[in-house]
Design a protein around this ligand. Structure first.
Ligand code: PBG
Length: 329
């Protein structure tokens, strides 16, 4: 017996060819950025125990790895410095020849097809673990912005294509843009961490940096309860001259990604942070689900919500996973 149905949504799901045809969201390796941790020294390659994609390397180990990443067609990297030299003001961040500056130069030379983005914040270099200058229990906004401007010009001079301020200080996008333009770095992109939440999911990242935070970051990172406030930050960053706006973390903040997509005419990025990735890794290790499938589905969802590009510790595995998932439509 057949029902007289006018609508049969299942028609579009009946076989792999039709399912592919009807697929609304596609992932591409070029749209992924891999967070990279670089430290001083030689022969260092330290993998985070809970997250295989979160690795701290010395520069000699980094270059061969990045040549391979480039060959696979991954879009680019987000570079973070890991440093033992920590003080109150994060002075290592603005030392002319620090490990990040040297890395930018060498990566640009060795990997011409890789987009080089760098993190702009002081936390790898401060002894209190805050992203800005911290005095008497307060993170000082305007002094921190000054320092971030210096850090930005240093990275731009070394050849970074894109700078990603992750500090959440007020007004830093405008000030950094002005500093860059004054030094004739008009073409250096600014990807703002526009809505960065005070999340517990940054755990493995802080481990890798050796960053213990005095207190917490709630006086500058956003309250996870707030959605309207993210729109305010978006409005500000758009008016201050951001080229790309980012939401972070990603998977638990899909509503924010979707809001951003709807309200901005520039690309929206999302950062699948260390804790999100580690949960997938550990769940798969426990046999709860298939690892590749979980990575694919989580990134697909972030993209479906509206992210044009994704920073993820799984970025280096995306080309392999996409090829595999194409076969099991
Ligand atoms: C800080 C920064 C953090 C991350 C990127 N930049 C952590 C923090 O705010 O404490 C988190 C990334 C991750 O968890 O993967 N500048």
């Amino acid at each position: 017996m057949s029902l007289e149905l006018l609508q049969r949504p299942r028609r579009l799901r009946q076989n792999p060819l039709i399912r592919s045809l009807a697929q609304e969201t596609d992932l591409r390796a070029k749209k992924f950025l891999l967070p990279i941790f670089v430290c001083e020294g030689n022969g260092i390659e330290k993998v985070h125990p809970s997250l295989s994609g979160c690795v701290t390397r010395s520069l000699d180990r980094l270059i061969p790895f990045l040549k391979n990443l480039e060959a696979q067609g991954v879009g680019g990297i987000l570079l973070f410095g890991v440093s033992q030299k920590k003080d109150e003001g994060g002075s290592e961040a603005i030392r002319k020849d620090n490990i990040v500056v040297r890395s930018i130069r060498e990566i640009r030379e060795s990997c011409p097809q890789l987009l080089v983005g760098t993190d702009i914040a002081l936390d790898p270099y401060t002894d209190h673990g805050h992203d800005g200058i911290y005095r008497n229990g307060v993170v000082l906004n305007d002094e921190s912005v000054q320092r971030l401007c210096e850090m930005s010009c240093l990275h731009a001079e070394a050849g970074a294509h894109l700078l990603a301020p992750s500090d959440m200080m007020d007004g830093r996008i405008q000030e950094i843009r002005e500093s860059l333009d004054e030094e004739a770095y008009q073409n250096t992109l600014l990807m703002s961490y526009t809505a960065k939440y005070a999340s517990c999911f940054y755990g493995p990242f802080r481990d890798s940096l050796g960053a213990k935070v005095e207190g917490n970051k709630r006086s500058y990172q956003m309250n996870p309860a707030n959605r309207k406030e993210a729109l305010r930050e978006l409005e500000l960053d758009l008016s201050e001259g951001a080229d790309i706006v980012m939401v972070k973390p990603a998977s638990h903040y899909l509503d924010i990604i979707s809001d951003f997509k709807e309200r901005s005419l520039i690309p929206v990025a999302a950062y699948q942070v260390s804790g999100e990735c580690a949960m997938i890794e550990l769940g798969a290790k426990q046999g709860l689900f298939d690892r590749d499938h979980a990575i694919y589905e989580s990134c697909l969802s972030i993209s479906r919500a509206g992210a044009d590009l994704i920073a993820s510790y799984f970025a280096s595995e995306i080309p392999r996973i996409l090829a595999k998932m194409d076969l099991i439509q």
